[in-house]
Ligand binder design. Structure first.
Ligand SMILES: *Cc1c(COP(=O)(O)O)cnc(C)c1O
Length: 370
């Protein structure tokens, strides 16, 4: 699905030098590389504060911890997403309220959010699924109307740009009160282990989240909150700092591969290619087809046989997960998510796909469907 080896070889010298500098300095934790990367990421994203943390799941957890929510407070998330989005809500004793998604964009449905808001609702966690922003203008408006926090799950969407109807453009993760991203190796900006970051423009929330990520202390050994230990280590920061200057090229390479796929599949009655959220760019963390009247799993197996990895993100919506069973929800409650879970297929997507590979992949899909 991803070719991290070729991408590494293209910038091997920079990455190796960054890692070596950390080893030579022995500043493995909270070293200068971490603050350098933080500043570079602030400049890239336009976020006032970037808080590097241990991974994307921690980012989401720390964000929710900072909001001062109480057990029983409701947090709205899409049911069609990676489990981490709702996991942290449940872990904190908050109540995940899952809602359906939009068939075209696969992102959280604004109408579904509106219907799910109750007096106990305190926050919305929209997920910018597969690399394009959810309908943030409408979500912000709902949040303002009902006085709700927005924590963006931008783990798949770093670098995606969202343009408001007044012409302002903001990056994924910098639109809500807090944004979260992941540097998991296969993410669009991936390190060589675990990593993540939190974005906010709110000075108080930033200070509080820094403290929570550091065992809940502003001053060493003086603990104001129950916190966690979540850090981006210096070696990962050095790797990310070497890759960040290339992120726009990486996004362009993904968009070029997506354009090839779109063109090859256009007009095929069995394939719906990804549709665009009108106000967002798409950075294609995944290129995900919706297959119509196709035995999806048989196609996946056929591709596997031809040496083409294809993956189902995600086969089971949250409300149908064993661990998240809840008397409030049953199969059939979220028909769009359930239909997507049955028909989506993600094709290989990375920064080093060449035309020969793309042709082989698309020919193999089309040949099986014909
Ligand atoms: C990857 C991902 C996460 C979690 O990131 P980790 O760094 O693996 O903890 C959360 N939400 C979504 C949507 C993701 O894709």
């Amino acid at each position: 699905m991803v070719d991290l080896q070729t991408q590494y070889l293209q910038i091997k010298q920079d990455i190796d030098r960054g890692i070596q500098e950390v080893i030579d300095s022995a500043a493995f934790i909270k070293g200068p590389k971490v603050s350098e990367f933080q500043q570079h990421l602030e400049a890239y994203t336009g976020a006032k504060h970037v808080i590097p943390v241990g991974n994307g799941t921690d980012a989401l957890q720390i964000a929710l911890m900072a909001l001062g929510l109480k057990p029983g407070d409701e947090v709205i998330t899409p049911t069609f997403t990676f489990i981490a989005t709702a996991e942290v809500v449940a872990l904190l004793g908050l109540t995940p309220v899952v809602v359906d998604v939009d068939w075209a964009t696969m992102n959280i449905s604004v109408d579904a959010i509106r219907r799910a808001i109750t007096p106990r609702t305190k926050a919305i966690v929209p997920v910018h699924l597969f690399g394009q922003c959810a309908d943030m203008e409408a979500i912000l408006e709902l949040a303002r109307e009902h006085n709700l926090y927005i924590v963006e799950d931008a783990c798949q969407a770093i670098g995606a740009k969202y343009t408001f109807s007044d012409g302002r453009t903001l990056q994924a993760g910098t639109i809500g009160h807090i944004g979260c991203t992941s540097f998991f190796p296969s993410k669009n900006l991936g390190c060589y282990g675990d990593g993540g970051a939190i974005f906010t423009s709110d000075d108080d929330l930033a200070a509080k989240m820094r403290a929570i990520a550091n065992h809940g202390c502003f001053v060493r050994y003086h603990h104001d909150f129950v916190g966690v230990n979540s850090r981006l280590d210096s070696i990962q920061a050095a790797i990310l700092d070497a890759k960040l200057p290339h992120l726009n090229e990486y996004i362009a390479a993904r968009q070029a591969a997506a354009a090839y796929y779109d063109h090859a599949f256009s007009g095929n009655k069995h394939i719906l290619v990804p549709e665009h959220e009108p106000q967002s760019t798409h950075v294609y963390h995944q290129y995900t087809l919706r297959l119509i009247d196709v035995d999806r799993d048989a196609l996946k197996a056929h591709l596997q046989e031809k040496g083409i990895p294809a993956m189902v993100y995600y086969p089971v919506p949250l409300h149908m997960q064993k661990a998240y069973q809840d008397p409030r929800y049953k199969e059939g409650d979220f028909p769009v998510a359930e239909r997507l879970a049955a028909c989506v297929l993600s094709l290989p997507m990375h920064t080093c796909l060449d035309e020969e590979q793309l042709k082989y992949i698309t020919d193999s899909v089309l040949e099986w469907l014909s």
